[in-house]
Design a protein around this ligand. Structure first.
Ligand code: PEP
Ligand code: MN
Length: 337
């Protein structure tokens, strides 16, 4: 429930309502706005009788929020959230960011070489999986802690912030020691204990959309993280399962402007996992930026044909460089349109 105050309501009115909401057994979260203050009511498990509240001084109206998310919604937080990843700003009107790197960290040489190349081309962050959520157990599962150490070297040498996946609640502390942005993969979007655990740390989180998740389920998953106190969350569309098998997934680009209507959190797009096909990555990365994405996350590998995972969708170095040049021009156009 959201209590919208009159524009001339006083702080005393807001305090009095907050007190009454607490007496009713709920949490009150005042949301100051440029026009008027609103008070978010949290902790109710169903409809709340608003008759008492509507009679109180300063109250303009009450909005009943029946969605399973509140803290992530625009209703509760009208201004865009800008997420700060080690000094790189994501969201709002900020320049779109590019996260580049291999699917998985494979060796020191591979990750350092890629990091330096991503940096040279103007990339903003380095990605690379150390803990890999693979479909079958007989494939490369990632270098785990050793991979995190290699990422740290690559991050130091290139100066790029590190984005890497965390797969289980018990490794959140370890991954957070190395990552500047902790990724929750599509397969773990509804791992609620993991969501709660990353909600308790003070590092930003990149939450990928589950491959069969609706927009509502996606936002409800993000709500778990915010509900624990961490509002530094970036959403990431990475394609969904449909009847179509010509591409690895189907990139749902309409989610970008839709999320911007529904939520204040930034949304990025991963065209690599969405398409599964190198030749489609750059056009869809650019389409994502035109649709208003806060950035893109792409896989790039020094020798994609030798990659231990996701080689067919990984850009080559020349492919990544070309994309960065095109994105540079596109960003100039987008920021001046
Ligand atoms: C990844 O980004 O490395 C990854 C495994 O992606 P997703 O969780 O979207 O499949
Ligand atoms: Mn991958």
């Amino acid at each position: 429930m959201l209590i919208v105050m009159n524009h001339n309501a006083t702080q005393a009115d807001v305090d009095a309502i907050s007190r009454i909401v607490q007496e009713m057994g709920f949490r009150a979260e005042p949301i100051p706005g440029s026009e008027r203050t609103a008070i978010g009511v949290l902790g109710n498990h169903g409809y709340v009788d608003d008759s008492k509240i509507l009679e109180l001084p300063g109250v303009q109206r009450v909005i009943h929020v029946s969605k399973p998310y509140k803290l992530v919604s625009r209703d509760f937080h009208p201004e865009d959230t800008i997420v700060d990843v080690a000094g790189i700003k994501v969201g709002g009107g900020c320049r779109p960011v590019v996260v580049g790197g291999p699917c998985a960290v494979e060796s020191l040489e591979q990750i350092v070489k890629t990091a330096l190349f991503v940096k040279k081309c103007g990339g903003d962050m380095l990605r690379g999986g150390a803990f890999k959520p693979r479909t079958g157990p007989h494939t490369f599962q990632g270098l785990r802690e050793e991979g995190l150490k290699l990422l740290a070297v690559a991050g130091k040498e290139s100066g790029l912030p590190i984005v890497t996946e965390v797969m289980s609640p018990d490794t959140v502390g370890l991954v957070a020691e190395y990552a500047d942005l902790l990724q929750i993969g599509a397969r773990n979007m509804q791992n609620f204990d993991l969501l709660r655990e990353v909600g308790r740390i003070r590092k930003p989180v990149l939450l990928k959309r589950g491959m069969s998740a609706t927009v509502e389920e996606f936002l409800a998953a993000a709500e778990y993280i915010l509900a624990e106190g961490n509002d530094q969350v970036i959403l990431c569309e990475r394609g969904i399962r449909t009847f179509e098998t010509a591409t690895r997934n189907t990139l749902d680009l309409s989610i970008v402007p839709l999320i911007k209507e529904l939520s204040h959190l930034p949304i990025m797009v991963d065209p690599s996992h969405a398409t599964g096909k190198r030749s489609l990555v750059v056009p869809m990365a650019e389409a994502a930026l035109v649709a208003g994405a806060a950035g893109v996350l792409v896989e790039v590998h020094p020798e994609p044909e030798k990659a231990l995972s996701d080689g067919p969708q990984s850009l080559t170095f020349p492919g990544f460089e070309k994309m960065m040049n095109e994105i540079g021009q596109l960003t100039y156009f987008l920021q001046n349109r």
